[in-house]
Design a protein around this ligand. Structure first.
Ligand code: FMN
Length: 309
């Protein structure tokens, strides 16, 4: 598929997930067949203030090309001033977050709150499309507290947006209930630009149900937690993956950037996700939670997985 001038091979995208889709995880997912990946949402305002921690979120690896950066914010002039920053030039497209339901984001007028203010969104998109030739894409929900998805999507297209990702839920639903595939289908049928369907895709059945809506691509979030190889599985690869090697690679890729101490704490959630389907892993999960050395965590996992196979 093509998003403006960017060619993307395949139709399975890795979702941006804050605190999860670090550059190493994204790189693993891409090696396992994900067609496209984005940074997690990055504060446009923090970029203006040259925040060092925020800039770490912009690290990408070579095998991620093409790759997108996702920005959040609500001020047109802030978007205007960040889009030409040197650090953003390596990205092939700029995605604007209009779907995040988190209270701390919404209370600032960012994320899904933008779906309540079409006029402001028009100004943001005007500022963005006037500042860069790169494709601008938007990740949206169906609406904030009522479904405005078709009108919102048409407005995005009229403003020059090059592709839309739709998570088929309202903001007020957060992650509850099931994804509304009919609503995603209506959005797809209302615009000419590519539409990426998102929500609850975890296996072949849910993937096929999402593809039935006619979307151009499918984005996978929670289904990839602890499972960067889900893309290979969905692409029909029956190969058994060496989970220990995947975890080791994930840690190795992050080691050059982060200290052992930071990694031991940051990686805990990933390690628990990697182990979530392993029978008899409860004891080592507790050991891992109490361990402060990432190398020792790795040894515990190696030992456990060796005895599993
Ligand atoms: C831990 C976590 C962090 C997330 N962070 C982001 C984010 O930074 N930007 C974004 O657009 N969506 C974010 N999302 C939403 C996902 O991208 C996706 O839209 C949502 O999880 C639904 O897809 P799924 O059912 O495949 O998980 C996040 C979701 C989770 C679970």
């Amino acid at each position: 598929m093509k998003i403006k001038n960017v060619n993307i091979e395949g139709n399975l995208f890795l979702a941006p997930m804050a605190g999860v889709t670090d550059f190493a995880f994204r790189s693993l997912a891409r090696n396992f067949g994900a067609s496209f990946s984005y940074t997690e949402m990055v504060s446009s305002k923090a970029l203006v203030y040259d925040n060092a921690k925020t800039k770490e979120l912009l690290i990408t690896l070579e095998n991620e090309k093409p790759v997108g950066v996702q920005l959040f914010g609500h001020e047109p002039e802030v978007f205007k001033s960040v889009l030409n920053l040197q650090e953003l030039q390596k990205f092939d497209l700029i995605d604007i977050n209009m779907g995040c339901p988190a209270p701390k984001i919404v209370k600032n007028g960012d994320g899904s709150k933008l779906m309540t203010d079409f006029k402001l969104v028009e100004k943001i998109l005007k500022a963005c499309t006037e500042s860069t030739n790169k494709p601008i894409t938007v990740k949206m929900r169906l609406g904030f507290d009522k479904d405005v998805s078709v009108d919102f999507a048409k407005m995005l297209e009229d403003c020059g947006v090059s592709a839309i990702t739709v998570h088929g839920r309202l903001r007020e639903e957060f992650y509850s209930g099931s994804v509304n595939l009919n609503a995603i289908e209506k959005v797809k049928n209302s615009v000419k630009i590519p539409v990426i369907g998102n929500g609850d895709v975890t296996n072949e059945t849910s993937l096929n149900a999402m593809l039935q809506t006619g979307v151009d691509a499918v984005m996978i979030g929670r289904g990839a937690l602890g499972k960067p190889y889900i893309f290979s599985e969905l692409l029909g690869c029956n190969k058994k993956f060496d989970k220990y090697e995947i975890i080791k690679k994930h840690i190795e890729l992050l080691k050059n950037t982060y200290s052992n101490e930071y990694l031991s704490s940051y990686m805990k959630k990933h390690l628990l996700w990697y182990l979530k389907d392993e029978k008899g892993a409860n004891k080592i999960k507790i050991e891992i939670c109490n361990e402060k050395d990432i190398e020792k965590c790795l040894l515990i996992i190696q030992d456990f997985l060796k005895n599993c196979s």
